[in-house]
Design a protein around this ligand. Structure first.
Ligand SMILES: C[S@@+](CC[C@H](N)C(=O)[O-])C[C@H]1O[C@@H](n2cnc3c(N)ncnc32)[C@H](O)[C@@H]1O
Length: 239
């Protein structure tokens, strides 16, 4: 279905999104590392640092995928309790396997849920992170409101997302690099998913629109930190 006939924010539907991530789950980590030139680890580390996990805190990773942000939270705060949610069973299967291998399966729970309708009570988490997921959510404002609802007062939501660069010069470099992304994705077994990745980044709202959405959802102290010359942003807001 063409998006012009729907009121969703995304290029593809939630069902198409879930099927796509189920399909690429096995190769997701390798493709991620290759496409980001290994920088994704640095961006995740920075994202969790912005959330500032504390000893004994309870945290949520929305759109956890294969769980790397969950593992980064545990790296920075080893006695934290972390939930990772995602609609894709296949992505979660990889996350659970990684947790088992790392011996961290006692401190984490991975389960199927959707950011637009979180199955937790209000004021549950000390902090929430979400990496490269927000772009894929059909109704992003609703998801922000849900994430704020389950955050405890004083907690912080931190969203890591790929963004289309603002600078004309950086856009030139970006335009040279992005045709390679679907090629790398295809080589690693991702089919057309990595063409969608590029298209969805260009379709994603500008950073100032995202910070306005945070404010409209009721977040305070809203910030956007640009990384990698504006091709990646860390958005944050407090409750
Ligand atoms: C690009 S992956 C990112 C995975 C992981 N956060 C990371 O940093 O590598 C995006 C993830 O968001 C999930 N996702 C898409 N729509 C979602 C929604 N409405 N609610 C929660 N997760 C969603 C997808 O299933 C997928 O696993």
């Amino acid at each position: 279905m063409n998006r012009s006939t729907t009121d969703r924010d995304t290029l593809i539907s939630a069902a198409e999104n879930r099927a796509m991530f189920d399909r690429i789950a096995k190769h997701y980590d390798a493709a991620n590392r290759a496409i980001s030139l290994g920088m994704d680890r640095v961006w995740r580390r920075r994202t969790v640092q912005v959330m500032q996990p504390v000893s004994g805190g309870r945290y949520l990773d929305v759109g956890t995928g294969t769980g790397d942000l969950v593992f980064e939270i545990l790296r920075q705060s080893s006695d934290a309790v972390v939930d990772g949610i995602d609609p894709s069973e296949q992505m979660l299967a990889i996350a659970r396997m990684k947790a088992g291998r790392r011996g961290e399966d006692k401190s984490v729970s991975f389960f199927v849920a959707d950011a637009m309708e979180l199955p937790m009570e209000a004021d549950t988490y000390d902090g929430i992170v979400s990496g490269f997921c927000f772009r894929n959510i059909e109704r992003r404002q609703k998801a922000l409101e849900e994430m704020r609802r389950v955050l405890k007062p004083g907690g912080r939501l931190v969203i890591l997302e790929a963004t289309y660069p603002e600078s004309v010069l950086v856009r030139l470099g970006y335009r040279c690099y992005t045709p390679l992304v679907p090629l790398v994705g295809r080589l690693l077994g991702g089919g057309s998913a990595y063409k969608y990745l590029v298209d969805s980044i260009e379709d994603f709202p500008r950073p100032v629109t995202v910070t306005d959405m945070f404010s409209a959802a009721g977040f305070s102290h809203v910030q956007c930190r640009m990384l990698n010359m504006g091709t990646v942003c860390i958005f944050s807001g407090g409750k």
